[in-house]
Ligand binder design. Structure first.
Ligand code: UDP
Length: 390
């Protein structure tokens, strides 16, 4: 056997796990990727106009995890955003900071009222706190209720309907909780210490991660072309494979969707190149929270910091329900008890396969950020390395 471990999928989960197994565990690792490129949904490349674009939607790296930042910094330099990643919502042509914060409050209400409301919010929750909209709505104070209603209607309702096809109260509260109301003057979208993008793009970072003598990468191959499952055994090209297999793809696909498809939300990306210097006045991301069929517009030059290119490229995101049709991509697991129960049924099918490990947004049916994913991949790789050496 030429390989000690097999990693299926070359996104951030797969690349990080593969590198750690190859380097720290000195394992010969085969990485199998079904697309014709590595990097998963973080993949970026210059478009025909020379502007670096994120093919699968805007990805901003942000973390408080020192060890993850240090680890990835071995493979890239960074364009760290001086003032953090900032997002605005376009509400009937007016741009207001998102998450809704005390600056937003003062833009929405006239001064005297805004001052009163600000004091109420600080008294109720404390300066610096983060309050999920669904929690804020539970507050009994009529004035706080009014703010909550404003934020619910103008920031969350329509955007969430577009993104999930459901109302905020119908989806997992953790999802809207990702963008809490901030009781502070902080206009940043994330509060993490490190925020930015790899200086030369995500793809070169992943290329360097996989550039190791113990790693072999095969693209444009479906896992099932090479691997098969025989009861509790994994077979690789006609032989029993006893090494670790890390799977980062959709779990239902691995088992021919025998219990039915796991539901996901997908996205259609409409890229447009404009023969003008600027489209959204320096804003990298503008959310459309009360109008339009798309959720947001990203203007890449402001996301990547690219200078000197002619014109500008933007992308609009149109969410829809994933159906599994050829060419569709599942981006977001729809986390609810019913779907999670279906996921658990599939997971049970892997329970008896001791060398099979599920990792990532798809394989775990979860909503991970990049940094959490890298942390989890390192942890899994370390556990696998240790379980052999002790
Ligand atoms: N959300 C919203 N309005 C906004 C931003 C976010 O309603 O302006 C809700 C929406 O339900 C979204 C969720 O908060 O799916 C999480 O937003 P996030 O920006 O984290 O989504 P991602 O960038 O991962 O697509």
């Amino acid at each position: 056997m030429m390989y000690d471990s097999i990693v299926i999928g070359a996104g951030i989960a797969g690349c990080t796990a593969a590198r750690q197994l190859a380097e720290k565990g000195n394992r010969r690792v085969l990485v199998i990727e079904k697309r014709d490129h590595i990097g998963g949904n973080c993949y970026d490349k210059p478009d025909e106009f020379g502007i670096l674009v994120h093919e699968y939607g805007p990805h901003i790296f942000h973390t408080d995890l020192e060890e993850v930042f240090c680890y990835l910094s071995r493979f890239t330099e960074w364009n760290l955003y001086e003032n953090g990643h900032q997002v605005v919502a376009n509400i009937e042509g007016r741009l207001i900071p998102i998450p809704f914060n005390l600056n937003t409050l003062h833009m929405v209400y006239e001064k005297e009222l805004a001052d009163t409301l600000e004091k109420k919010l600080i008294d109720a929750y404390g300066m610096g706190s983060r309050v999920p909209i669904m929690k804020l709505r539970e507050n009994k104070d009529p004035q706080i209720q009014e703010i909550a209603q404003y934020v619910y209607e103008n920031v969350f309702l329509k955007y969430t309907m577009k993104q999930w096809g459901q109302k905020p109260e119908e989806i997992n509260p953790q999802v809207t909780g990702r963008v809490p109301v901030l009781i502070s003057y902080d206009n940043r979208y994330f509060q993490d210490r490190y925020q930015g993008v790899p200086l030369n793009g995500f793809t070169p970072m992943f290329e360097r991660m996989l550039d190791h003598e113990n790693i072999t990468v095969r693209t444009e191959i479906h896992a099932k072309e090479l691997l098969s499952f025989n009861g509790h055994e994994i077979w690789y090209e006609g032989e029993k494979f006893e090494g670790d297999v890390i799977y980062t793809g959709e779990l239902d696909e691995l088992f021919d969707c025998q219990y039915g498809r796991l539901p996901y939300r997908s996205l259609r990306f409409d890229f447009e190149h404009l023969d003008q210097e600027d489209f959204q006045d320096g804003h990298s991301v503008v959310n459309y929270t009360v109008s339009e069929e798309f959720t947001r517009i990203t203007e890449f030059k402001y996301l990547t910091g690219q200078k000197g290119a002619k014109g500008t490229t933007i992308v609009r995101e149109y969410p829809f329900a994933y159906s599994g049709r050829e060419g569709e991509i599942p981006y977001y697991a729809i986390m609810n008890p019913e779907n999670e129960a279906l996921y658990e049924k599939y997971k049970k099918l892997t329970a008896g396969i001791p060398n099979m490990h599920l990792l990532g947004r798809l394989a775990e049916y979860k909503y991970y950020n990049m940094d959490a994913m890298a942390a989890k991949a390192l942890k899994l790789a370390d556990k696998l390395i240790q379980s052999v050496t002790v």
